[in-house]
Design a protein around this ligand. Structure first.
Ligand SMILES: Cc1ncc(COP(=O)(O)O)c(C=O)c1O
Length: 404
C-alpha cells in the first residue's frame, strides 16, 4: 500500500506510485445477490426462452410499474433506443428543444431520427433545462421538449408542463439517471407524455445494457411496444416501421436482481454521498451538489463543481492528478452537446450563447460512487483532493502554469 498523501510531494504525479492499486472508476456497477442472478440464468437456459418478451422481461416491467406507480413500462435494450422509440411514439419531428448540458445520447437520439435538437441552456443550481429560456426557442417547427433529470434531480416539471400545454408540444423526459427518484413525493417516470430510464451498467440500477420507456398514456405505450418489436402490434399486424429495441431475458434477470437490492444500493450510495459531503465541506473551491432530502434519491452521482480561482487548480489538472492515483474521475458532460461532434461542425449551432452550459461543462467533475466503493476509499480520495487544494500553489509551479 502506498503512503498516505500528506503533502503534494507524496502525490503520484511527483513520486510515481498510485495510491490505489486498483482503478476506481465512476460508474462501477451495482450488483445484487449473485446467487439469485445465477439461479435466474439457469432458469433462462432451461426454459430456452432467451428474448422476445420473455417472462423475466414481463416481470421486470411489472415490478417497475409497482415501484413507480406508472401504468405502462416497456423494457428496451438501451435508453438511447428507448428515447428514439419514445420520440417516434409521440410523433416528434421537426425541432425539439433539449438541454445542451447532458450526455450526448439525448441529442443523438433526436438527430438519428432526423429531428433537429434545439439546444437550450440550463439552470445554474439544478443543472437541468432552464424553463425560462425554453419559450424563446419555440418555432413553427417545434414539436416537443425533452427535459433531462440530470443526476436524478427532477427538472422543473411544473413549468415545463405549463409551457408544453400552452404551445401544444409533447413533453418527454430523459430519466436515464433518475430511476428510484421522486418529485414532490411521486416517482419520476410519471411525468410528461413519457419518460425513459437507462439501465446501463454505470447506472444506479443496471441490466448490463438496458432501459425502459414509462408512460401513463395507453396509446403511447401501445405504439412504443409495437415500435420496440419491428412494428408488430398486439394482433400480429405490422402497424409501423419499427425497430428492434427488445430487452433480452439475461438483461431482465440482472435488472430484477438489482431491483431486489435497491434499498441496499440507496443506503450505500447515500452513506457514501454524506461521507464525500463531510470530507470535502471545508475544502475551498470544491462544492458537492445537493440532493433534496425530502425527495427519494438514488444518490448515484457525486458531482463536484470546481471553482478554479478558489481551489487554485484547474478542474482538468485535478482530474489528471486523481487519474494518476487510479481515481478515474469523469468530466460529465464535457463539452456541452452543442460543442460536440456533428453539432459543433454544423453552422446553425455556431452562434449559440449557452453560458451556464459552458460554465458547468468546464467545472463539473464526477467522482466514484456505488456499492463498489468503500467509505475508507472515499476518505482517501478526499484526502488526495485536500492535499491538492492545500498545496495548489506548489503544484501549479511544479506543473508550470498560472491560472487565467
Ligand atoms: C442523460 C443520459 N441520457 C441517455 C443516456 C443513454 O443511455 P444508454 O446507455 O442506456 O443508451 C445516458 C447514458 O449514459 C445518459 O447519461
Amino acid at each position: 500500500m502506498n503512503r498516505i498523501r500528506k503533502t503534494y510531494k507524496d502525490l503520484a504525479v511527483f513520486q510515481g506510485e498510485p495510491f490505489f492499486s486498483e482503478k476506481l472508476h465512476v460508474g462501477r456497477p451495482n450488483i445484487g445477490d449473485e446467487s439469485i442472478l445465477l439461479e435466474r440464468l439457469q432458469d433462462i437456459l432451461q426454459r430456452r426462452w432467451l428474448t422476445n418478451d420473455g417472462p423475466y422481461v414481463r416481470e421486470m416491467e411489472e415490478e417497475i410499474c409497482k415501484l413507480t406507480g406508472v401504468k405502462h413500462c416497456i423494457a428496451v435494450n438501451n435508453a438511447t433506443l428507448g428515447l428514439e422509440i419514445a420520440a417516434r411514439s409521440l410523433d416528434l419531428k421537426g425541432e425539439v428543444i433539449v438541454p445542451s448540458f447532458t450526455f450526448i445520447a439525448t441529442a443523438h437520439a433526436l438527430q438519428w431520427l432526423g429531428i433537429k435538437p434545439v439546444f437550450c441552456d440550463v439552470d445554474p443550481q439544478t443543472h437541468n433545462i432552464d424553463p425560462a429560456k425554453v419559450e424563446a426557442l419555440i418555432s413553427e417547427q417545434t414539436t416537443g421538449i425533452v427535459g433531462v433529470h440530470l443526476w436524478g434531480r427532477p427538472c422543473d416539471i411544473q413549468t415545463l408542463t405549463e409551457i408544453a400545454r400552452k404551445h401544444d408540444l409533447k413533453l418527454l423526459f430523459d430519466a436515464a439517471h433518475a430511476f428510484g427518484c421522486s418529485f414532490e413525493g411521486r416517482m419520476l417516470g410519471n411525468f410528461g407524455d413519457a419518460e425513459v430510464y437507462s439501465f446501463h451498467a454505470t447506472k444506479f440500477l443496471n441490466s448490463f445494457e438496458g432501459g425502459a420507456i414509462v408512460t401513463n398514456d395507453e396509446q403511447v405505450a401501445e405504439k412504443a411496444r409495437a415500435l420496440r418489436n419491428f412494428g408488430y402490434d398486439c394482433s400480429d399486424n405490422i402497424a409501423f416501421a419499427g425497430t428492434n429495441g427488445k430487452m433480452s431475458e439475461i438483461s431482465a434477470a440482472m435488472g430484477l436482481t438489482g431491483l431486489a437490492s435497491m434499498d441496499d444500493f440507496i443506503n450505500v450510495n447515500s452513506r457514501n454521498y454524506l461521507t464525500y459531503v463531510a470530507e470535502l465541506a471545508n475544502v475551498p473551491g470544491i462544492h458537492v451538489i445537493d440532493y433534496d432530502a425530502k425527495e427519494r434519491n438514488n444518490y448515484q452521482y457525486i458531482i463536484l463543481e470546481i471553482d478554479e480561482q478558489k481551489c487554485g487548480l484547474k478542474r482538468d489538472d485535478l482530474m489528471k492528478i486523481l487519474y494518476s492515483e487510479n481515481v478515474l474521475a469523469r468530466r460529465y458532460f464535457h463539452p456541452g452537446c452543442h460543442r460536440a461532434g456533428p453539432y459543433a461542425s454544423d453552422e446553425s449551432y455556431s452562434n449559440l450563447d449557452l453560458p451556464e452550459t459552458e460554465r458547468l461543462s468546464a467545472c463539473v467533475l464526477a467522482l466514484p460512487n456505488g456499492t463498489a466503493v468503500s467509505e475508507n476509499e472515499i476518505k482517501d480520495i478526499c484526502q488526495i483532493i485536500r492535499v491538492c487544494v492545500n498545496h495548489a500553489e506548489e503544484i501549479r509551479s511544479k506543473l508550470n502554469y498560472v491560472l487565467a
